[in-house]
Design a protein around this ligand. Structure first.
Ligand SMILES: Cc1cc2nc3c(=O)[nH]c(=O)nc-3n(C[C@H](O)[C@H](O)[C@H](O)COP(=O)(O)OP(=O)(O)OC[C@H]3O[C@@H](n4cnc5c(N)ncnc54)[C@H](O)[C@@H]3O)c2cc1C
Length: 319
């Protein structure tokens, strides 16, 4: 083991996720190089320890019992720029926050990623779920990535197609590989004015989001939208797939709570820890919402938020 990151025992995770709830990591490592990341994965495989890779914890709920096995939180923060004839390629490591990445890109006059302004998370978590905002998907910009095999630690370059992006999906969901870095192809600004416009757009998106959504102690959208085949309701000839529509109709916004967890008054699909919530409170609240939608519409919303460390699946399963 030539470059194993220090593995620590019993590390609290409540300060490492956006809900600010949950127990401890049985084992914990924050690798700083590709070799340390690979060695931590190989070590876990060799010792039969389940692996959980964390970013900023902006899309997860950790059980109050914590996570057994090895939790890896890559402290990989480098960003590289390469100017090519008609574009700029930016490569960012898994632990870079999207916010830092967007700022650096604007500084280098590389445009496009500012559409994701105000979405918390790291490059690793964002590629994993293929973050989206209105019509923009992160996969629109990704051209290449470096991934690490979970069993062998082998590091390889993969292209866009290898990641099989979909709505809330990438190959990384299969947990055979973890992301080390990602390369995005961005527009090269032709003038300072174009950069100033992109900065203005970033500000405006953040202002708009702050007015519409809670931005602390939440995981953003808790439930994913429905797939067209899951719903029967239609509006103007189109399937009503937006889960927030159904949650709005059952009247939970700002009105339903459990312990310290409540449904945001700003958005029916956002659950918020008011300060004293446990993860069990959040689960009970989410289950109640599922049941209410089922009673009214016969369909059960399913989480977009990843549930980590639960020995039994704690929510209602799809019927
Ligand atoms: C206030 C708020 C608003 C949000 N708004 C939006 C929005 O508009 N659009 C949107 O798409 N999302 C939104 N989200 C969700 C969240 O921002 C994204 O899912 C984000 O990408 C999570 O990144 P993270 O680093 O925090 O990942 P985490 O929450 O730490 O992890 C999420 C998943 O990614 C996996 N993962 C993390 N790093 C790696 C890696 N290196 N390799 C492989 N897998 C990895 C984890 O194992 C986990 O399964 C919002 C969240 C919040 C809190």
């Amino acid at each position: 083991m030539h470059s194993l990151a220090i593995i620590q025992h019993n590390i609290p995770l409540a300060d490492k996720n956006w809900f600010k709830t949950g127990g401890t990591a049985q084992w914990y490592a924050d690798p700083r190089t590709a070799a340390e990341f690979a060695d931590a994965l190989v070590y876990a495989y060799a010792h039969n320890l389940p692996v959980t890779v964390l970013g900023e914890g902006a899309n997860i709920l950790i059980s109050d019992a914590g996570i057994s096995g090895l939790v890896i939180r890559p402290a990989l923060k480098d960003i590289f720029f390469e100017k090519i004839t008609d574009a700029i390629l930016v490569t960012a490591q898994a632990g870079v926050s999207m916010s830092d990445l967007i700022e650096q890109c604007l500084h280098e006059a590389a445009l496009g990623l500012e559409e994701f302004s105000g979405i918390p998370g790291t490059v690793g978590g964002s590629v994993f779920i293929n973050i989206h905002y209105f019509e923009f998907l992160l996969s629109n910009f990704l051209v290449e990535a470096t991934v690490i095999n979970a069993q062998t630690g082998d590091i390889k370059k993969v292209n866009h197609d290898w990641l099989h992006f979909g709505y809330n999906y990438s190959t990384l969901h299969e947990k055979e590989y973890y992301l080390f870095d990602a390369t995005f192809r961005l527009k090269r600004a032709e003038s300072d004015l174009e950069v100033a416009y992109a900065r203005g757009r970033r500000k405006e998106i953040i202002r708009h989001r702050t007015a519409r959504y809670p931005n602390a102690r939440t995981c953003g959208s808790f439930f994913r939208n429905f797939f067209p085949e899951e719903v029967t309701l239609e509006s103007q000839g189109k399937k009503l797939i937006y889960v927030a529509y159904y949650l709005d109709k059952i009247g939970v916004k700002g009105a339903l709570s459990c312990g310290g967890a409540t449904v945001s008054y700003q958005h029916a699909n956002m659950l918020v820890n008011t300060g004293t919530a446990t993860s069990a409170d959040i689960i009970t609240l989410a289950r109640t919402m599922q049941q209410k939608v089922y009673d009214a519409y016969g369909i059960i919303p399913q989480p977009e938020c990843r549930l980590l460390g639960f020995s039994d699946y704690p929510l209602l399963i799809k019927k």
